[in-house]
Write a protein that binds this ligand. Sequence first.
Ligand code: MTE
Ligand code: MO
Length: 336
Amino acid sequence: MPSIRVRRASDPPSREITSESLYLRRRELLAGAAAGLGALLLPGCGSAEDRASRKAEAPVAGGPRVPPYSGPGALTIASRQDLAPGEELTSFHDVTHYNNFYELGTDKEDPSENADRLRLRPWSVSIEGEVAKPGVVDLDALLKGLPLEERIYRHRCVEAWSMVIPWVGVPLGALLARLEPTSRAKYVELETLLDPEQMPGQRRAVLDWPYREGLRIDEAMHPLAILAVGLYGRELLGQNGAPLRLVVPWKYGFKGIKSIVKIRLRADRPRTTWSDEAPREYGFYANVNPAVDHPRWSQKRERRIGELSRRPTLPFNGYADEVASLYAGMDLEQEF
Ligand SMILES: Nc1nc2c(c(=O)[nH]1)N[C@H]1C(S)=C(S)[C@@H](COP(=O)(O)O)O[C@H]1N2
Ligand SMILES: [Mo]
């Protein structure tokens, strides 16, 4: 993030206030248009990959559900989610081609170009520290029996852009419970794969590899925190952190560590990559907070990828009702 230049789009004129019925009718029209577009894209033209991204090119607006997916890598999803009123999904193409994953390159298009270097199976995860049975576990065994849930979350990068992403994953809390944390476990530390063969970005000391992240145990147990294995109904692609990545929607995107190979329960707070790199710029908590600017840019507004205008950033990325109580009594300007 040191190399980021935030685009300064001129602020848009304030939006017209639309009555609810007008708004709902507009949603229906858009949903109808999206369905019609899908029907026109007949199979047989272009690769499956091409079709999938083209079909998703038009943002899915106001449809009650994420469009069903049955191509390669389709996941069996136990519970699906409706799209919140007024929310539009960011297109599959944008979600998979505008990425931050410095191990695969520092430009936004680099991760999608380098993702095929990752060997996603077999994949093992080292379970360490304050747990009943530490050890190295195969990923499929680790997740076995945990029903996959679809979670449509806003994603707010610290660089002041955002997306709406239909993740597929399991609650982090459910997985941690399985590991039987000891009473001394107060924090969770997560680590990304270290392998310059698969991750060419690690050949340069852009960051202190491997990428590390962490959460307080109560944050980790919060029902909104998930480990994602997919998005848009299908297995994660390498660029999004396959085969296992963290999603904590009320925090800046850099907390969402990708391609996880280690989960360590700890009594003390773990060091984390970005906060070690620039402690004044990236805190341990990294809760989305429009009242605390990044030292080099404002956090008051954000650009939703695929849209022209910028929108206000919401405290805790709009999840304050669910998560603000985790931080009761804390000074969020100091502990950012
Ligand atoms: N290992 C690792 N995890 C990472 C990053 C990274 O560079 N390396 N970038 C972070 C940042 S800054 C963001 S915004 C999100 C981006 O996730 P996405 O590309 O799936 O949208 O991943 C986060 N996780
Ligand atoms: Mo980010």
